[in-house]
Design a protein around this ligand. Structure first.
Ligand SMILES: [Mg+2]
Length: 307
């Protein structure tokens, strides 16, 4: 039995063979099924008090927004458009109505902001922290859906924004990159795409595994967020940019772009920061720093990794 979350998922994925309606199954940011001749994009993500947010510090509104936004980010990563969701809430026993109502207000505000209607849900009570589970439905945008597969050696690897230090607040306030996903898809740019939830060092490995590639990340190219210079997480600012996670930027493998194409994207409000290059698989995922390459281990967030 493996010890990372990815190992656990790989170990059970074979129990769920693709059905006749499955177009994209386990192993991507969201699933795609065909219903009545149309593609529907399905996503669920769970957030928990004490793990993904601290309710006493951020309040119910921010917790609800994050619960919805993490799902919308995964839809954006596939160039899908959020449409509707249902919400499961496990409330701490003894909870007051005021908290429940504040959560509902948070979900209503987030639904309006993120264009993803809340259309139902379920509540339960347990002796534990607040748990919010959202299941969201998206629709492919006009340019189709993208997955983590499809990258080829020689592709540029880019991100849509600076990385690291999200714990200082961006992990709650981030804006899912729905528009960026659409702009990139409209130009046919992505070969493979995903969102950065667990850190570049971990998520790039997932994109590489799905695409059957390796990758070289160039340390000097990685856009380091100002927050990465003052976050309390371990390591140097570069290491925080590589490992902190919850940046919720898009990670894109694409044919290298001319400077003109990059500035055209910038005019549409989409910044692509190149961080590296896809390589042939046996090279693995490496960090190239001052010209020297070494293995870049997955040190991003992993729910199941034991210390
Ligand atoms: Mg994702």
């Amino acid at each position: 039995m493996g010890r990372s979350e990815d190992d656990w998922i790989r170990a059970i994925a074979g129990r769920f063979p693709a059905g006749p309606r499955t177009q994209v199954g386990i192993g991507h940011d969201a699933a795609v099924v065909e219903l009545d001749g149309r593609q529907v994009v399905l996503k669920t993500d769970v957030v928990i008090d004490g793990v993904d947010f601290r309710l006493a510090e951020c309040g119910p509104g921010a917790a609800a927004r994050k619960a919805l936004a993490v799902n919308v980010s995964d839809l954006a990563a596939m160039a899908a458009l959020p449409r509707a969701c249902v919400v499961g809430a496990v409330l701490p026993r003894g909870v007051e109505f005021d908290l429940f109502d504040a959560l509902a207000k948070g979900f209503a505000d987030a639904a309006a902001e993120l264009s993803c209607d809340v259309v139902g849900g379920d509540t339960s009570v347990a002796d534990g922290p607040l748990v919010l589970a959202v299941a969201a439905v998206g629709e492919p945008g006009p340019y189709g859906v993208y997955t983590r597969a499809g990258g080829v050696p020689g592709d540029a690897v880019s991100v849509t924004g600076a990385l690291g230090g999200s714990i200082l607040g961006r992990h709650l306030t981030f804006v899912p990159r729905v528009r960026e996903g659409q702009v990139l898809a409209a130009r046919g740019i992505p070969h493979a795409m995903m969102d950065l939830s667990d850190g570049l060092s971990t998520d790039l490995r997932r994109l590489c595994a799905a695409s059957g590639c390796g990758a070289d990340v160039v340390a000097e190219w990685v856009p380091i967020h100002p927050d990465a210079h003052r976050a309390p997480t371990p390591g140097t600012p570069l290491e925080r940019a590589l490992n902190d996670g919850e940046d919720f930027e898009l990670l894109v493998a694409h044919a290298p772009l001319s400077p003109g194409a990059v500035s055209e994207l910038a005019r549409e409000g989409v910044t692509l920061h190149r961080v590296g290059t896809l390589t042939k698989a046996p090279a693995g995922v490496r960090l190239v720093e001052r010209g020297a390459a070494r293995d870049l281990p997955p040190q991003g967030y992993d729910h199941l990794r034991k210390p």
